[in-house]
Design a protein around this ligand. Structure first.
Ligand SMILES: C[S@@+](CC[C@H](N)C(=O)[O-])C[C@H]1O[C@@H](n2cnc3c(N)ncnc32)[C@H](O)[C@@H]1O
Length: 277
């Protein structure tokens, strides 16, 4: 992912700038980076971290769904690498106070972009039971989705993360609670993915991102959810006949040491697509 020739790197999920810093550090001097994030607080943090690179870095609040328009608007013509590191960042979970965690009682918000239209409270209080069940089953892969949706509807209105945790705890029989995960983990993931239309953005972005790549350039996608990895796998497969190749036949995953050092990496999968010369 570190370009050896002049041009642009686009980090579509710049977050706290860790990957952006790594990609720029090893690259030749005339590589520039365009960093996108939906969260203004993430951009502020990325800005601090990437300050040593000065004018080589441009940061923009945008969804990677609009990667083509943003690249055009910023004049990123020759694109050498694009990275999408999906989901939320540690700071959003631990420090944002926006309801991404079930460890504390916070307002049920979960919007990555604080200006976005629908909050998690709006979703759980406003959608029909059937739809909530589908969201929790599909995005959370939660087998108790129906019971959870029914309990949420019965307990409306829900205002805080504590209300959502309490609904899940009362819906799932105690003997069925998972041993390693918090009982509400899957429901929280599902609601967050729906609030931010995470799979919709990914599905839309992949062909546009691939089309931006210069010859020999790479698109890397790190996913943390089997549904997302499936979307990436199928999109990359359909591009194989259009002048692209996937670098490895199966996704790269972290080794034991990495998972020990950073348990949040445990479900990460990296797929890389290259545009053939
Ligand atoms: C896993 S973190 C990325 C961490 C980053 N790679 C780093 O090194 O710090 C994912 C980030 O992507 C952002 N994000 C998620 N979906 C997005 C989208 N559709 N468009 C832009 N940013 C998005 C989140 O706000 C979050 O900051």
């Amino acid at each position: 992912m570190r370009p050896r020739h002049a041009g642009w790197v686009i980090d579509g999920t710049v977050g706290m700038g860790g990957h952006a810093e790594a990609m720029l550090s090893g690259a030749v001097d005339d590589v520039r980076l365009l960093g996108l994030d939906r969260d203004p607080e993430a951009l502020r943090r990325a800005g601090e971290r990437l300050a040593p690179f000065g004018a080589r870095v441009r940061l923009t609040q945008a969804s990677f769904r609009d990667i083509s328009d943003v690249a055009r608007a910023e004049g990123a013509a020759v694109v050498r690498a694009i990275l999408l590191d999906l989901g939320i960042s540690s700071h959003q979970i631990d420090e944002s106070g926006r309801g991404f965690t079930f460890q504390e009682d916070q307002p049920l918000d979960m919007r990555m972009d604080p200006e976005a239209a629908e909050t998690a409270a709006g979703l759980v209080n406003g959608r029909p039971e059937e739809e909530l069940a589908r969201i929790i089953f599909e995005y959370g892969e939660e087998i108790h989705a129906r019971r959870i949706a029914r309990t949420i509807v019965r307990r409306r209105p829900l205002a805080t993360t504590g209300d959502l945790v309490a609904a899940v705890r009362s819906a799932v029989p105690r003997k069925a609670w998972p041993r390693r995960l918090h009982v509400a983990t899957k429901t929280f993931q599902a609601v967050r993915m729906a609030v931010n239309d995470e799979t919709g953005a990914l599905r839309h972005a992949l062909p546009h991102a691939a089309a931006l790549l210069d010859s020999g350039a790479r698109l890397g996608v790190i996913s943390f959810h089997s549904g997302e990895d499936r979307i990436v796998k199928h999109a990359f497969r359909s591009l194989k006949t259009a002048g692209y190749a996937e670098l490895e036949p199966s996704p790269l995953t972290p080794g034991d040491d990495e998972v020990r050092a950073n348990p949040r990496a445990r479900s990460a999968k990296l797929r890389v697509l290259e545009r053939l010369p």
